[in-house]
Design a binder for this molecule. Structure first.
Ligand SMILES: CC(C)(COP(=O)(O)OP(=O)(O)OC[C@H]1O[C@@H](n2cnc3c(N)ncnc32)[C@H](O)[C@@H]1OP(=O)(O)O)[C@@H](O)C(=O)NCCC(=O)NCCS
Length: 142
């Protein structure tokens, strides 16, 4: 029993580590608003995309987003900066999992960066009939 639990935990821990997803984007005019900062909808789009990539790399199954938690836009993201998005699986359920996405702002011309936005997305693994299936076959019966 303990060994099974250990194996499940170890498997999940390894897949979480291996599926952590880092993506950089340059904030160019196509994604900004009339204040010359990144448009909120553009940020949400790429955050959901990173959550999707992270969940897919974790489970290697067909994934859809079912929910997102409150997302605070703490700092504006100016045009002409770089952003790094980091997706990390923070909860593994039976057919669903949660991915936290952190967004960091980085100047193009000096070192250092600040966390601007953080949000959590819930995603579900589905089969060809679009019904939920276990996110990992190895833990399906636990
Ligand atoms: C995802 C979907 C198949 C789930 O169907 P469902 O009938 O709600 O399925 P279930 O009730 O069996 O729930 C499945 C899992 O999702 C979780 N879930 C369902 N709705 C949720 C919600 N609003 N928030 C958080 N988790 C939710 C359940 O807790 C369950 O997790 P678990 O198996 O880890 O315990 C269905 O809601 C759907 O197709 N949604 C549209 C998805 C979509 O088009 N997304 C945008 C494009 S990617």
């Amino acid at each position: 029993m303990i060994d099974q639990t250990m194996n499940r935990e170890q498997l999940i821990e390894k897949r979480i580590k291996d599926s952590e997803t880092h993506v950089f984007k340059a904030v160019f005019p196509g994604t900004t608003n009339h204040h010359n900062t990144m448009f909120g909808g553009s940020v949400l789009y790429i955050m959901d995309e990173i959550a999707f990539m992270t969940a897919t790399r974790f489970s290697r199954k067909t994934i859809v987003t079912v929910s997102s938690d409150k997302i605070d836009f703490k700092y504006p993201i100016p045009a002409g900066t770089l952003v790094e998005l980091i997706g990390t699986v923070i909860r593994v359920g039976k057919t669903s999992l949660d991915v936290q996405v952190d967004v960091f702002i980085e100047s193009m011309y000096r070192d250092g960066r600040d966390k601007a936005i953080s949000g959590t997305f819930t995603l579900v693994a589905i089969n060809e009939n679009k019904r939920p299936v276990p996110v990992l076959d190895e833990i399906a019966n636990n």
